[in-house]
Write a protein that binds this ligand. Structure first.
Ligand code: ADP
Ligand code: MG
Length: 257
């Protein structure tokens, strides 16, 4: 069974400490964990540190291996990271950039298997119709979908996504969260996803950690994290949590504290 735990990680930019001993709980394969918290709380910085884009002191353990000690190439076999920035509008087709990502991941098993895998991922994200489009001709939201395909196509053990829904319309937000859940379980991945909206987390993930000013203020099953008390403490809002007639949780923000 895949197991992941990062931290405690601390990190400063100049004299400003941005992460204070941030650690995840032990996260298991097949589960999705949301990283929540207000703007500037350190979500992206923590994810970048876990991905190894920036260096923080502390262990990043995946199945007994310390990712913090691996070379970039070796780490790419186990871990895929999608940054908050959208993929650039390069002069390459969608299939080309997704194939390239698969190849960089190192789990490349020959051209025809690779094409099959690319097609399967584009289909599961509902973007087969974009396969031959040029990146430079796509909208921001469409490019975000391609960024996601680039991460998913590698079937990493550890999937790190920074606000993957930020540019998407409601339909694609749904398709993406659905595909993420399916792939996470199917491929036994540990998926760690920064989400802007606690309501989405409450409906779609298993566990969550709430950051505020670079510290974890709460972590556990998502129902215990997205609560009126913790929403007030983290975001400074008065929130109500209700169940709709179908049992789905809803968060309504009714004011500031
Ligand atoms: P979040 O993703 O939760 O909105 P970030 O992790 O991007 O927050 O930022 C956390 C804090 O670190 C912010 O105060 C931000 O200004 C600061 N910060 C992020 N990146 C840098 C950087 N490269 N240099 C200096 N400060 C940074
Ligand atoms: Mg961020």
């Amino acid at each position: 069974m895949t197991e992941f735990q990062a931290g405690p990680l601390s990190l400063s930019f100049g004299r400003k400490q941005v992460l204070h001993e941030v650690r995840t709980e032990v996260l298991r394969g097949g589960t999705m964990t949301a990283l929540l918290g207000p703007n500037g709380s350190g979500k992206s910085t923590f994810l970048r540190a876990v991905a190894g884009v920036i260096r923080a002191n502390g262990p990043i353990m995946l199945d007994g291996m310390n990712l913090a000690r691996m070379s970039v190439q070796e780490k790419a076999r186990y871990c895929a990271y999608m940054p908050q920035l959208l993929p650039p509008p390069v002069r390459m087709s969608v299939v080309e950039v997704v194939l390239l990502s698969l190849r960089l991941g190192g789990n490349y098993a020959g051209a025809s298997a690779a094409m099959e895998r690319v097609d399967a991922v584009l289909a599961s994200l509902g973007i087969m119709h974009l396969a031959d489009a040029m990146m430079g001709e796509l909208s921001g939201g469409q490019r975000q979908m391609i960024g996601l395909a680039q991460a998913l196509v590698r079937s990493p053990k550890l999937l790190l996504l920074d606000e993957p829904l930020s540019a998407l319309d409601p339909r694609y937000q749904f398709i993406v969260m659905d595909a993420l859940k399916r792939e996470t379980v199917l491929r036994n991945m540990v998926t760690l996803v920064v989400l802007h909206d606690p309501a989405v987390a409450l409906r779609q993930v298993d566990s969550a950690m709430m950051l505020r000013t670079g510290r974890v203020i709460a972590a556990g099953v998502v129902e215990d994290i997205v609560t009126p008390e913790i929403m007030a403490e983290a975001y400074g809002v008065r929130a109500r949590i209700e169940r709709g007639s179908d049992g789905a949780a809803m968060v309504s923000v009714e004011g500031v504290v």
